[in-house]
Design a protein around this ligand. Structure first.
Ligand code: ADP
Length: 162
């Protein structure tokens, strides 16, 4: 039984995240999408909102579940008995950051194996932070996020505050 976890902020989930989730779900027996809740970070969407969106987006993938983690990811993975950690990589900049993160996680727990999945080319420009910025100016984000996320973003940035 190959269980893997895909941790991230998912603030909000994008088509790029969903692409990694779908592809990882096709490879591993079980995939746990882990929504990070870091008290030092400011999020646009609450952990509950991010979990609800991801749950809806992954509803058709029977081997995918969604959970929140507010502790160190390696501790969380141990608790869940998961050794494989998936991270998506859009390019060299992502890779250098992700590589360091994987070294840090390895130093914290040598059993954790990080598996990098390269983005599918059509998603490589998608980044939650840039999408939030576009949404804040009421720009067209429909090709970047699933419709439920586009709706949620429109509600966060109503026309009168633009
Ligand atoms: P974090 O704050 O933990 O980096 P993100 O939600 O930004 O969380 O990203 C979670 C994971 O998804 C990271 O590994 C990130 O590189 C990956 N990711 C984000 N956007 C894309 C994309 N468009 N294609 C592939 N992977 C992506």
């Amino acid at each position: 039984m190959m269980k893997a976890a895909f941790p991230g902020s998912f603030d909000p989930p994008t088509l790029g995240h969903l692409n990694i989730i779908r592809r990882a779900a096709g490879i591993f027996d079980e995939l746990l999408v882990v929504v990070a809740e870091n008290r030092q970070k400011k999020y646009l969407f609450s952990a509950d909102e991010r979990v609800a969106m991801l749950g809806e987006l992954a509803a058709d993938m029977k081997n995918v579940s969604v959970a929140v983690c507010d502790t160190l990811i390696v501790d969380y993975l141990n608790e869940k008995n998961i050794q494989l950690l998936i991270r998506g990589v859009r390019g060299i900049d992502d890779f250098s950051y992700e590589f360091e993160l994987s070294m840090m996680n390895k130093a914290l727990d040598s059993r954790i194996e990080t598996i990098f999945m390269t983005t599918d080319p059509e998603y490589f420009v998608l980044r939650s932070s840039a999408i939030k910025e576009v949404a804040s100016f009421r720009g067209n984000i429909s090709g970047m996020v699933p419709p439920i996320v586009a709706d949620a973003l429109r509600k966060k940035f109503p026309a009168e505050t633009a």
